[in-house]
Write a protein that binds this ligand. Structure first.
Ligand SMILES: Cc1cc2nc3c(=O)[nH]c(=O)nc-3n(C[C@H](O)[C@H](O)[C@H](O)COP(=O)(O)O)c2cc1C
Length: 218
């Protein structure tokens, strides 16, 4: 597999063909990528909401109707699938306990000591962000972006077009999906599908700073 070629060929899709739908088996693969995405201390502070029905996509698109966000509305409506990446609003002790239970059930702890050590290490980092750095929300959202990056590369590998979307009203989407009540907040959206002839970005060359400007070897 030529992974660099996949990165070179992917682009942010600006217009979708509404008649084309992603096969269910590929959606399952993308869901697996999201679930398996790595996160600091395996915190998995996320929740992913996938809209594929017209009604579901219309609910998401309500957050992209006004001002600068309006150009994203048609992308959401015409995509095959739309994923809302949500972050938890707290990294509370109940969540940490749930993580430990899951890892135990998954066979991660051969001894009680190894489980206690993991719990202690995790408490250190969560305490650091909670009390010293005071950036727990920011920390959790960084993990969400890793999942977004994983999804974008995976979609490109499957020859599925995608659009990462930060241009939407988080307050409207949180309200529409009842996220606050669930201890969640929307962070970013990914539209997925297949480009239409109107996708001007598909025809433009990719633009990035040169390799030597962004990468230094020491
Ligand atoms: C986190 C994030 C948010 C973005 N938000 C939007 C958006 O709201 N609407 C849009 O059309 N493109 C959006 N983009 C696309 C970027 O403009 C695009 O990735 C960048 O210009 C590089 O182009 P390429 O993805 O085609 O290689 C976003 C990209 C990222 C990574």
């Amino acid at each position: 597999m030529d992974i660099a070629r996949i990165a070179l060929n992917r682009h942010t899709c600006k217009a979708y063909d509404p008649s084309r739908k992603i096969p269910a088996a590929q959606i399952e693969q993308l869901k697996t990528l999201l679930r398996l995405s790595p996160s600091s201390i395996n915190s998995q502070p996320w929740h992913f909401i996938i809209a594929s029905s017209e009604a579901g996509k219309a609910r998401v698109a309500r957050a992209a109707r006004q001002g600068a966000y309006a150009s994203n509305g048609p992308k959401i409506l015409n995509a095959s699938h739309v994923i809302v990446f949500c972050a938890r609003t707290t990294m509370d002790d109940a969540h940490l306990a749930n993580l430990l239970v899951q890892e135990d059930a998954d066979g991660r702890y051969p001894t009680p000591e190894s489980k206690a050590a993991q719990s202690k290490g995790r408490s250190f980092y969560t305490g650091l962000h909670r009390y010293d750095l005071k950036d727990t929300q920011h920390w959790m959202e960084k993990q969400i972006y890793l999942a977004l990056g994983t999804l974008l590369l995976g979609a490109a590998a499957l020859e599925i077009d995608a659009t990462p979307i930060e241009g939407f009203d988080q307050r409207i989407l949180n309200e529409e999906l009842g996220l606050r009540e669930q201890g969640l907040t929307s962070v970013v959206i990914a539209a997925l599908g297949y480009r239409s002839a109107d996708d001007f970005n598909a025809k433009l060359p990719k633009s990035r700073f040169p390799m030597e400007k962004v990468i230094e070897e020491i």
